[in-house]
Design a protein around this ligand. Sequence first.
Ligand SMILES: Nc1ncnc2c1ncn2[C@@H]1O[C@H](COP(=O)(O)OP(=O)(O)OP(=O)(O)O)[C@@H](O)[C@H]1O
Ligand SMILES: [Mg+2]
Length: 244
Amino acid sequence: MGKVTVITSGKGGTGKSTFTAGVSTALVRRGNRVLIIDCDAGMRGIDLMLGVSGELVFDIADIVRGNCSPANAIYPCKTVPELYVLPAPSDVSDKISPYIMLQLVRVLENYYDHVLIDCPAGIGVGFESAAIAANRALVVVNAEPLSVRGGEKIHRKLRHMKIPEIRLVINRFNERRFKKMGAFPDLDAVIDSVGARLIGVVPEDSASAACAQRGEPIEGRKKAVCAFDRIAARLDGEDVPLEL
Ligand SMILES: Nc1ncnc2c1ncn2[C@@H]1O[C@H](COP(=O)(O)OP(=O)(O)OP(=O)(O)O)[C@@H](O)[C@H]1O
Ligand SMILES: [Mg+2]
């Protein structure tokens, strides 16, 4: 259970794609074979973060149209062996229906230890297609009121879809900034507001973010890498204590 994980957020820009790239790389370090499906049609970014954007010929829309087989549209990340990406359509009008996505993911999941689906922000176009095949959802928020409100809404929607497991990620956390803002008394208040169980807190880490932007692997002695490793272990079912 939990092999297909969708990464969601209510508000845009909470760090879903960076998180997806970071945690996937951590899952590979643990010996997993991992596929990322980018479902953010028109705004795809995972190919850039994995350094394969220059090679793209086919994407999900080509599979659906019968222009290529699924294997032709899946690109191996050169710098992280056993990490693969299926790019989103470059054109925002190329919508993949939830039914088709379900069929596709049900086939692909047999070839990987984990499938991570990078979802567009919010519950608009593409959300249902991205989430329909998932047996686990992660809600990524920043510890700020607007982001948390978005997280609460998306959590409600995911529950309505009956996704079996829904967990919270607090991303870009900076304790000093959080205390200075004073919008929440502590992180427990953030967790209670979203209403989902916490799976991990990823610190603000410009070095990891820069790696993702440059298409380099998110690894080494960086602040966020340690958090990605712990979250990856939990995604693999390990009982790793939470550090707040
Ligand atoms: N842990 C982090 N520390 C510092 N910066 C981060 C972190 N995570 C993400 N970022 C930065 O936050 C910004 C948004 O990240 P990203 O594109 O991954 O968000 P997103 O949720 O996928 O956005 P969208 O909703 O547009 O798809 C980027 O500038 C990225 O570098
Ligand atoms: Mg994104």
